[in-house]
Design a protein around this ligand. Structure first.
Ligand SMILES: Nc1ncnc2c1ncn2[C@@H]1O[C@H](COP(=O)(O)OP(=O)(O)OP(=O)(O)O)[C@@H](O)[C@H]1O
Ligand SMILES: [Mg+2]
Length: 269
């Protein structure tokens, strides 16, 4: 559908993406006069986990936020270039941003459940997006979302407890269940495990692997081990640009760029 990146470009994808879920073309992001992302182009496929890695401050979160227009909520932030979701420009005028954020869900570093019941945390989205017509249908979505997020068994007897009363790892699975409940196409995760212990992290990583069968997943992580474990594609960001993008095994075992090699071997960053 979308043409592969220009083969002359420095950051060409190693295998052309036949069906890019997301295509970014020459995306630059500014905070006031300061440029945080410099002409980034990337094709992100569906049914894969794509990891964004790179040193702190290189623009990973900024670029991730362009994919569901979360930068719109930051005063002074400006996005240039094009981001296509299934070929449709998400920055076109008239785009329904609320609808977009249901299609492209986001999970943050710090779990952020609503200060509402576990049930309401999940039911809220499907209700405002009109996905259900009856209470029993809504109950079904709540249950299946919690099931898919691997949380149902732990919370099924306490759905009226507050979401904030759960452990950190449970809260993060609740936030994933909340993102899933509106039937998204893409899930963006910004360091989703950085506040979690190794057991909760392993649980989320398993979940990510299961979910990729249905969604395109993009995960920002500072953990090389995590990127290697959960992703099939890795993009290395440095100073607002993508230095290298390829299969995770190529990036980690056979990087083409010195800067990638230096980063993954821990020489800086
Ligand atoms: N709201 C903001 N206002 C102004 N500048 C910002 C804002 N958010 C980020 N920046 C700047 O944009 C650049 C990229 O930041 P970003 O948060 O995207 O980096 P990152 O790669 O996610 O870093 P980290 O790994 O530390 O999370 C940095 O120089 C940062 O200071
Ligand atoms: Mg960040």
């Amino acid at each position: 559908m979308n043409a592969p990146l220009n083969a002359a470009a420095e950051n060409v994808f190693p295998e052309p993406v036949a069906e890019a879920k997301i295509s970014a073309r020459n995306v630059s992001v500014y905070y006031g006069a300061k440029q945080a992302i410099d002409s980034v182009s990337i094709d992100i496929p569906k049914n894969y986990v794509t990891a964004f890695i790179g040193p702190s401050g290189c623009g990973k979160s900024t670029f991730l936020r362009t994919i569901n227009r979360m930068n719109d909520t930051i005063a002074g932030a400006r996005v240039d270039g094009e981001i296509l979701l299934d070929g449709e420009d998400i920055y076109r005028s008239g785009m329904d941003v609320v609808q977009l954020r249901a299609r492209v869900g986001m999970v943050f570093q710090k779990p952020n459940p609503f200060p509402k019941t576990i049930y309401e945390n999940i039911a809220y989205g499907p209700r405002i997006h009109g996905l259900t017509t009856s209470k029993s249908e809504l109950d079904g979505i709540v249950e299946s979302s919690l099931q898919r997020a691997g949380l149902w068994d732990e919370v099924k007897d306490r759905l009226t407890d507050s979401g904030t009363a759960l452990s950190g790892g449970q809260q993060q699975r609740l936030c994933i269940a909340r993102a899933i409940a509106v039937d998204p196409e893409v899930i963006l995760m910004d360091e989703p495990c950085s506040a979690l212990d190794p057991i909760a992290t392993a649980r989320i990583e398993e979940l990510i692997d299961e979910l990729r069968g249905k969604f395109a997943i993009v995960i920002v992580t500072h953990s090389m081990q995590q990127a290697a474990r959960v992703s099939q594609r890795t993009a290395f960001f440095h100073l607002g640009k993508i230095v290298e993008y390829g299969t995770t095994s190529d990036i980690f075992t056979n990087p083409r760029q010195e800067r990638t090699k230096d980063y993954i071997t821990g020489r800086y960053g």
